[in-house]
Design a protein around this ligand. Structure first.
Ligand SMILES: C[S@@+](CC[C@H](N)C(=O)[O-])C[C@H]1O[C@@H](n2cnc3c(N)ncnc32)[C@H](O)[C@@H]1O
Length: 278
């Protein structure tokens, strides 16, 4: 019998996690809406207008892929979780005039797309789900391979400090198990969840902002910008209650502080924008 390698095990763990966690709804709560609107805003700042080919790697239930397809882009989504592919397909069918071109099972480290196909790649999942540097390099180099010269990469990482922020905000730090998770994350970014509680996430790697930038450069990209996504938006008093009425002010302050080096790591998600060299 063929021996299972570590990589198969990690994809199984990812699938098991997302089969019990409802990723589709994650961007609907107020902090998720901050993340979604900020991510869309950053992408649109760089992306030339349609028609262009975009590949969304780790596209989950298709939230961003459907948005871009509705704007007129030709979008292909790849994700290793079957449930996400089904959800993305169903969401795409609801926009029959502008569907996502394809939703397929796949792994960022081995893409089935030809060289130089894409004008842009969304890479918002593999940077943290691939816990080992060589795997992240493999995946980034695949993104580079499928991009056209001058094409855009939007790579998202989770901050090294995200568990500390979440631990304090949600009170998880009072659980000694989560306290150990926070300390481990702060020491080397290797996030592990020894419990069954999906709120504590799954095996992942959390970047220091400078590491995220470094890795994108290491893979051969031309670096453009590093930005906080939600920034300090989670600090808004009673965000759940105050978000709807105060969106504009909240987003304005986040944008004004998005490149402040002393604050980027305080953002749960961080965006690295880069290009394939001309
Ligand atoms: C937290 S979700 C983010 C979804 C969406 N891109 C967003 O930013 O909201 C991370 C996604 O990355 C996917 N993923 C994990 N490992 C991956 C890999 N090796 N290749 C491609 N996608 C992967 C997961 O299945 C999941 O759908």
């Amino acid at each position: 019998m063929k021996k299972k390698n570590k990589r198969d095990f990690s994809l199984k763990q990812i699938t098991d996690y997302y089969n019990q966690y409802n990723e589709r709804e994650r961007l609907s709560i107020p902090l998720g809406q901050v993340e979604y609107l900020r991510t869309c805003g950053i992408i649109l700042r760089y992306l030339p207008g349609p028609p262009l080919q975009i590949v969304d790697i780790g596209g989950a239930a298709g939230r961003y892929a459907c948005w871009l397809a509705a704007l007129g882009y030709e979008v292909h989504l790849v994700d290793p979780v079957f449930r996400h592919i089904e959800q993305a397909g169903a969401a795409s069918q609801k926009q029959s005039k502008n569907p996502v071109r394809s939703c397929t099972l796949g792994d960022a480290r081995h893409l089935a797309f030809p060289d130089s196909l894409a004008d842009a790649v969304l890479f918002m999942g593999p940077m943290y789900h691939l816990t080992e540097y060589p795997d992240r390099m493999l995946a980034l180099k695949e993104a580079l391979r499928i991009l056209k010269r001058g094409g855009w990469l939007f790579a998202v990482g989770i901050s090294r400090f995200a568990s500390s922020i979440d631990g304090f905000m949600e009170g998880y730090f009072m659980d000694p198990v989560f306290m150990r998770i926070m300390i481990q994350d702060l020491s080397d970014g290797q996030h592990r969840n020894p419990t069954d509680n999906p709120d504590y996430f799954t095996s992942t790697f959390f970047h220091h902002p400078s590491e995220l930038q470094r890795e994108v450069i290491d893979a051969g990209f031309q670096f453009e910008a590093l930005m906080a996504i939600e920034g300090i938006g989670y600090m808004v008093k009673d965000l759940e209650k105050n978000w709807e009425k105060n969106k504009k002010s909240i987003l304005e302050i986040i944008q004004k502080t998005e490149r402040e080096p002393s604050l980027i790591g305080a953002s749960p998600h961080i965006m690295c924008v880069a290009r394939k060299r001309e």
